[in-house]
Ligand binder design. Structure first.
Ligand SMILES: NC(=O)c1ccc[n+]([C@@H]2O[C@H](COP(=O)([O-])OP(=O)(O)OC[C@H]3O[C@@H](n4cnc5c(N)ncnc54)[C@H](OP(=O)(O)O)[C@@H]3O)[C@@H](O)[C@H]2O)c1
Length: 236
């Protein structure tokens, strides 16, 4: 039986985040389900498993939400074993605009970087003191094949840039943090049926979260500083 972990999942109220919380709770872990709306996060948590999952307010772009959550986790649990940076947006081309970089909406690009990249960076930095209290802490950044430099295509500049930068960030943290105590990895979940992925996507949410859960919890020798899909390393 694996030791119970305290795990924070951002954007836990729907899509891949919600499924991640569901599976982690079913494995016996204590899950903090982060949501921008506390009521929605609490409702989602209670519907999953009120004794294992706790809804918490967390807009990843909000320093005050992050500070309050650090204090809450410190007081209630005294540590954080794993952080799953799942929250993300893809708003290039919203309102029917083209998604070409040539007509990129710079405000949308900036907003995307704030949510998908800078939010995770602020959150990791804030949570590090709580994660330094455990022996084998995990940081899992939910990235995307759309951020792969080795397979870069056109369109969706904000989203692509944010995920390429998230990948770079993964490598930077892996370089700075002791790999014997921290494993920091990025994941491409594949194309998954959620609000973001749409109904034609290949994978169910159950399939889409498998690699992230493995990286967050497994005792298998997952290295630090990798990019994974279907539990296998992929090119950056
Ligand atoms: N679905 C796919 O095919 C696919 C493929 C590759 C990568 N991904 C990545 O997987 C992750 C989850 O995607 P998904 O498909 O589950 O998307 P989704 O269904 O659109 O859900 C996105 C989640 O992020 C939350 N969120 C957005 N902005 C936030 C903020 N500022 N602070 C906190 N939470 C925020 C949303 O909360 P609200 O309900 O409050 O908006 C929601 O819970 C994303 O990082 C995405 O880029 C998805």
């Amino acid at each position: 039986m694996q030791k119970q972990k305290v795990i924070l999942v951002t954007g836990g109220n729907r899509g891949l985040g919600l499924e991640t919380c569901r599976q982690l709770a079913a494995m016996g872990h204590r899950v903090l389900l982060g949501g921008r709306d506390l009521e929605a996060a609490t409702e989602a948590a209670q519907a999953l498993a009120a004794d294992m999952v706790e809804g918490v307010r967390l807009d990843v772009t909000s320093p005050s939400d992050i500070d309050a959550l650090v204090r809450h986790i410190d007081q209630k649990y005294g540590r954080l074993d794993a952080l799953v940076n799942n929250a993300g947006i893809m708003i290039d081309g919203d309102l029917g605009h083209s998604t070409s970089i040539r007509v990129a909406d710079i405000d949308a690009v900036e907003r995307t970087l704030r949510v998908n990249t800078l939010g995770p960076m602020m959150l990791i930095n804030a949570m590090l003191p709580l994660m330094e209290r455990v022996d084998d802490a995990r940081i899992v950044n939910i990235s995307s094949g759309m951020g792969q430099l080795s397979d870069m295509g056109g369109n969706y500049p904000g989203y692509r840039l944010s995920k390429t930068a998230l990948n770079a960030m993964t490598r930077i943290y892996a370089a700075e943090l002791d790999p014997a105590r921290f494993r920091v990895n990025a994941v491409c979940p594949g194309w998954v049926r959620t609000d973001m992925g749409g109904s034609n996507a290949e994978l169910s949410p159950e399939e889409g979260v498998d690699t992230a859960i493995w990286l967050a919890t497994s005792d298998d020798a997952t290295r630090s500083g990798g990019f994974f899909r279907k539990r296998k390393p992929i090119d950056w």
